[in-house]
Structures are given as structure tokens and as C-alpha cells.
Ligand binder design. Structure first.
Ligand code: GLN
Length: 398
């Protein structure tokens, strides 16, 4: 063997390529397309939040914070969850600050899933779940959201497949991953849905990981129903949320995981050797900013206006709109467009849309292991009105 050659080794993730969000953002940049693909705002965050972080840095809060996160931020999160969802998490034993939602999810999975354990996910599912389960040696059991079609065969909405979920749960089920509001479909769990889940897991040892990073993006006067609002579920759940989504700072990568002491204890064993902790000044800035509830209570109205603006514009295109009860994503069905590209699979349609029309989107098939083609793509509307208007002008020409 050539001594300068890197020895080969078996991949830990043989089927994984580069995440679709990175792929589509790169393609959008290459073709100077308007990027409605990866979910991030194109408008600035509040200057007050930056000032708070700046102040923390200037006050020399630049060394390691406690491994679990600073007390001020954990206390603020505890208070916030108590006010919104009526459950008290002890900031010292039940809340950990993470480097964003994705790290919280991976760490929770590594902390509780052993080789051979089964983990249930509901597809379309966020693309980090499956590889995270695989790294833990777990077996992914994927069930599909029920696709409800209208009389023309186009996708109208999605529902939780309760029968399939009931059948999938067995003595090997270690974890069930849920996501509400749901990326990419925008589907929002109801109180009845949480009750149904609680009924299914009551006499099992299944834990729950609830990805609630879009908790403040629920529209039309509906409410977000957190696992924290359901005592039975809270007792067996990791609750994951993210400041990046809530405060328009996705690049800061700060989030948190709330879970009962027995889960948090194991979570922190992994967390301390994964990232150890999360950057100090951002934590101080967020702790001060979090104290003003207006900063997140205003969010549904803010994003609902964007959703309605974008939907009104899409109404003038030939795309079929799917409902968006939550998240900052709008899914559309392109399968009935009167163009040859309507026959493309979702990934090819998104490539064409990016390179030829100048608008990047995400294929919903990327949220399935076995690409499931429904003729549906996802746009992110967390953008300035001007950006949405320019994108709409391009989409109207199709
Ligand atoms: N959550 C974002 C999305 O769905 C992407 C985050 C990421 O790229 N890691 O678009």
C-alpha cells in the first residue's frame, strides 16, 4: 500500500450525502437564485439583542460558562415554559443549553438509544433524525404521515397515521420522535393528538423526543401544544427548542433541551463530551432578551402576515397551495402545472426551479428515506417582503 494514501475504513453513514439544505443553498448561490430553500430569515435580528451580546462580550463574559448553560438563561427558559405551557422544569436538573436544535436532537438520541433499540420517526421527517439514530446504533422505524388528497388527486393536507403508529410500537421501541409545528408540512399537533400519543405509550417504556423549534410559529389563533403542557408526556420527553428560529439568529446556533431529571442526567453525560457547553456572550444576551415576553409573543402575528402575503402572491401562480397552519414553510403542489417539468421528480423540479427560474426550494422527498414523490416542494417565507415579491414575480411566469 502507498504509505501516503489514506487507509480506507467503513463509513459510519454510508447512505448519507450532504444535507439538502446545504446543497440547495449552494446551488442558489451559484445561480444567483432567490433562496427560499433552507429555512433562515433574510432580515436582521433585533439590534437590542446584538447590543446585549456585545455588552456581555465587553463585560468580559468570554470564558467557559457552566457545562449546562448559564443559570440566568436556564431560569428564563424555565419561567417561559411555565408561563406558556404550565409545566415547571427545574433549571438546575431539567434544562440544558445546546448548540442549536440539531445538537440537542443528536445528543438526546445518543443519550438514550442503544444498539438494537427501535426509534420511530414520522416521515416526512427532518433529515438529521435518521443519521443520528444510525450513529447511536438504533434501528429507524419510519411511518408516513397520511397524505390527504383532493378530488383532483393533489395533496390537500397531512394527518398523523395513528393506526400505523400503534402497530409500530413494541417492547424494542426506545424513542418516538415527533415534530410540531412540523417541518416541512407546517402541520400542528392538537391537544387531542397529544392525548392519543399518551394513550399509545402509557404502558410502554417508549420515550419521546419532541422537536418544537417552530413553537412560536402557529397561526390563525391556534395554539402550540407542547409536550410540556401534557404531564404524562412531559414525564417521558425530551423537549427541544431553538433561539435561532425564534429570534432570527439561526447562525448563532443556540437552543435548549428540557427533560425530567433522569433523562437530563443521561443527556448531560453525552453533552459534556460533545460540545461541552455553548458560547457565553450569546447566552447572556439571550437571557436578557428572553425576559421580555413581547419578543416571542409577537412572532405569530409577524409571521402570519408574511405567510398571508406569500400565499396571496402564490394564489396568482399556477401552483396549488397546501395549508400552512404553522412553521415558516409553505408547501406547494406543482404536479398539475401545464409544463413538461411538472413530470419531474421533486429534486429535479427544485434544481430546475433554482437554475432556470431563479427561485430555490426544497424537495419534500428529501424528508423521506425512500424518496416518496408527491409533486410537492417547500418554500421558506421568512424573508423580507421585497424578497418574496421578487420570487413571486419569477414564479408567476411559470
Ligand atoms: N431547519 C432548516 C430547514 O429545514 C435547516 C437547518 C440546517 O440547514 N441545518 O430548512
Amino acid at each position: 500500500m502507498n504509505p501516503l494514501e489514506t487507509p480506507s475504513f467503513p463509513s459510519r453513514l454510508p447512505k448519507v450525502g450532504t444535507t439538502i439544505f446545504t446543497v440547495m443553498s449552494a446551488l442558489a448561490a451559484e445561480h444567483k437564485a432567490i433562496n427560499l430553500g433552507q429555512g433562515f430569515p433574510d432580515f436582521p435580528c433585533d439590534r437590542k439583542l446584538i447590543a446585549e451580546v456585545n455588552e456581555a462580550m465587553l463585560a468580559d463574559r468570554n470564558q467557559y460558562p457552566p457545562m449546562i448553560g448559564i443559570a440566568e438563561l436556564r431560569n428564563g427558559i424555565s419561567q417561559k415554559i411555565q408561563n406558556l405551557y404550565g409545566h415547571h422544569y427545574d433549571p438546575d436538573t431539567e434544562i440544558t443549553i445546546t448548540a442549536g436544535g440539531t445538537q440537542g436532537i443528536l445528543t438526546a438520541i445518543l443519550a438514550c438509544v442503544s444498539p438494537g433499540d427501535e426509534v420511530i420517526i414520522i416521515e416526512p421527517a427532518y433529515d438529521s433524525y435518521r443519521p443520528s439514530i444510525e450513529l447511536a446504533g438504533g434501528k429507524t422505524i419510519a411511518i408516513s404521515l397520511q397524505v390527504i388528497r383532493d378530488e383532483h388527486g393533489q395533496v390537500a393536507s397531512y394527518e398523523i397515521p395513528w393506526d400505523a403508529l400503534a402497530k409500530a410500537i413494541n417492547s424494542k421501541t426506545r424513542l418516538i420522535i415527533i415534530n410540531t409545528p412540523h417541518n416541512p408540512t407546517g402541520m400542528v399537533w392538537s391537544k387531542v393528538d397529544l392525548d392519543s400519543l399518551a394513550n399509545l405509550v402509557r404502558n410502554t417504556s417508549a420515550l419521546i423526543l419532541s422537536d418544537e423549534v417552530y413553537e412560536h410559529m402557529v397561526y390563525d389563533a391556534a395554539r402550540h401544544h407542547s409536550v410540556a403542557s401534557h404531564p404524562e408526556l412531559a414525564a417521558r420527553s425530551f423537549l427541544v427548542s431553538s433561539f435561532g428560529k425564534t429570534y432570527h439568529v439561526t447562525g448563532w446556533k443556540v437552543g435548549y433541551v428540557a427533560a425530567p431529571p433522569a433523562l437530563t442526567k443521561e443527556f448531560r453525560k453525552v453533552h459534556q463530551f460533545n460540545v461541552f457547553t455553548v458560547n457565553t456572550p450569546m447566552q447572556y444576551g439571550l437571557a436578557t432578551y428572553l425576559a421580555d415576553a413581547e419578543h416571542y409573543l409577537n412572532l405569530p402575528a409577524f409571521y402570519q402576515a408574511k405567510r398571508d402575503f406569500f400565499r396571496a402572491g402564490l394564489g396568482k401562480t399556477k401552483f396549488k397551495l397546501l395549508p400552512t397552519p404553522g412553521t415558516y414553510f409553505q408547501c406547494v403542489d406543482y404536479s398539475a402545472l401545464d409544463i413538461p417539468q411538472a413530470k419531474f421528480n421533486e429534486a429535479d423540479f427544485c434544481k430546475w426551479l433554482t437554475t432556470e427560474i431563479g427561485v430555490a426550494a426544497i424537495p419534500v422527498s428529501a424528508f423521506y428515506e425512500q424518496a416518496t414523490e408527491s409533486g410537492v416542494i417547500r418554500f421558506c417565507f421568512a424573508k423580507q417582503d421585497q424578497t418574496l415579491t421578487s420570487a413571486l414575480q419569477r414564479l408567476e411566469k411559470i
